[in-house]
Design a binder for this molecule. Structure first.
Ligand code: PLP
Length: 431
């Protein structure tokens, strides 16, 4: 299986090269040359497979022969070594809980898979391999945890000092070993600028093998198919496939679901629930796409004005607007609606959503109001405790802290403080 660049100006590469490079040299996104259908029997008999077997079968065609079977099997098993329960909320809406991993968000799946693939691929690289990431919060934690103790890879995470939540900061700064957190006296754009400059610095790249772990990497994007299959396995009414609603920001998650659908996974329809950042919603309404400046909302992991994976959705459907519209609808949800939904679902059904899940719930409700015979699920992408500062004032209750993160709450933060100055950052990397 080869990957081409969506800008069509770079050579095709294998899964290995696409993973190591991240982005194509022409600044396009790598995209699989072919999406093959899985055997019909596999989908029909999905109940008989373990989740490790399902995930392996889903990803193997995309990896090809770049990773031997036994290695890929263990990478897959380590990636998904937590639960993905489908929980009933109302008669027609279920929640696929993707927050049972180490950093309590769905990004764990992509980060765990990618880090292990990269760990395998860099075994024959002679230089020290350094993964650079700038984070505004969530991504950094998932990447740090995913790469923790991966041999041969050092991870340097830049985050804006004082601008991430306390739990997020602890997730970045308490691991140690091969994970270094740099606290930049500036904002997220400063962090991103430093990372960009480092990638463009030829001298630095001769000394170090630099790579990124951002969300466009195929090894982060494609394993997100796994849990769509796990959801279908748990869906009892197989004769009536679910409407699947995904709270979307960069659109990597929903786009992975569409890939799974094209390989044969039954999905009635996709719903992309977005907050006030509605460029894709507007595209679906009008057929024309305009990127926007991101605006801040209470579902801040979706505050994206120009979603990087949108191009992949177009690619999946050969840039045919009617085809895209056939498969996916979108709803834009205000902060007010998000709060009301979170509050109502908690009081009526005793189910606590996080703000992103609440956007999805509101979006799916709107869709189902016009499709009365359908049932669906939302992807609950994060545990509400990650956004307790938003959730607690709405419910008036304290969010319980899950056991998995209690461990880090009394650990000591370790970070390197730097000004947003490229020279000092470079010196630090070369030490
Ligand atoms: C990243 C994130 C999203 C958005 O996912 P995309 O793949 O970027 O669309 C939604 N919810 C949470 C909690 C996230 O962290």
């Amino acid at each position: 299986m080869l990957y081409y660049s969506t800008n069509q100006q770079s050579p095709k590469v294998s899964f290995k090269e696409a993973t190591i490079k991240g982005q194509a040299p022409d600044k396009g996104l790598y995209f699989p040359e072919r999406i093959r259908e899985l055997p019909k029997d596999f989908i029909k008999n999905i109940d008989h497979y373990s989740k490790e077997e399902i995930a392996f079968r889903a990803i193997q065609p995309f990896v090809g022969d770049t990773i031997p079977t036994e290695v890929l099997q263990s990478i897959v098993a380590e990636t998904i070594n937590f639960n993905f329960p489908l929980v009933k909320i109302t008669d027609s809406i279920f929640s696929l809980e993707l927050f049972h991993g180490p950093t309590l968000a769905f990004k764990d799946v992509g980060a765990r898979f990618m880090s292990r693939c990269l760990g395998y691929f860099v075994k024959d690289i002679k230089k020290p391999v350094t993964v650079l990431v700038a984070t505004s919060g969530d991504t950094g934690g998932a990447v740090a945890s995913g790469f923790y103790e991966i041999e041969g890879v050092d991870v340097v995470i830049l985050y804006p000092s004082g601008k991430v939540s306390s739990v997020q900061e602890l997730q970045l700064t308490t691991l140690g070993k091969n994970i270094t957190a740099i606290e930049i006296d500036g904002n997220f754009d400063d962090c991103q600028q430093l990372v960009k400059q480092a990638f463009a610095d030829e001298q630095l790249n001769q000394e170090l093998f630099l790579t990124s772990a951002n969300s466009i990497n195929v090894a982060r994007w494609l394993p997100q198919q796994f849990y769509y299959f796990f959801a279908y396995q748990q869906w009892t009414d197989k004769g009536r496939p679910p409407v699947v609603c995904v709270p979307s920001g960069n659109f990597g998650n929903i786009c992975a679901g569409m890939v799974a659908h094209l390989t044969g996974l039954p999905v009635k329809h996709f719903v992309a629930a977005v907050n006030a950042n509605d460029s894709v919603y507007k595209y679906l309404e009008t057929g024309s796409y305009q990127s926007q400046q991101a605006v801040a909302t209470i579902s801040n992991a979706m505050d994206v004005g120009n979603p990087s994976n949108f191009i992949r959705i177009l690619e999946l459907f050969k840039h045919e607007y009617p085809q895209v519209k056939n498969v996916v609808s979108s709803f834009s949800i205000t902060d007010e609606e998000t709060r009301t939904t979170l509050k109502n679902i908690y009081s009526k059904y005793d189910y606590l959503l996080d703000p992103h899940g609440a956007v999805a719930f509101a979006g799916l409700e709107k869709y189902l109001q016009k499709h009365l015979n359908d049932k669906g699920m939302i992807l609950e992408t994060a545990h509400p405790v990650k956004f307790y500062d938003v959730v607690e004032p709405i419910t008036g209750q304290k969010v319980e802290t899950p056991e998995t993160i209690k461990g880090i709450l009394n650990k000591k933060k370790e970070s390197v403080k730097l000004s947003p100055d490229y020279h000092s950052f470079k010196q630090f990397l070369l030490l």
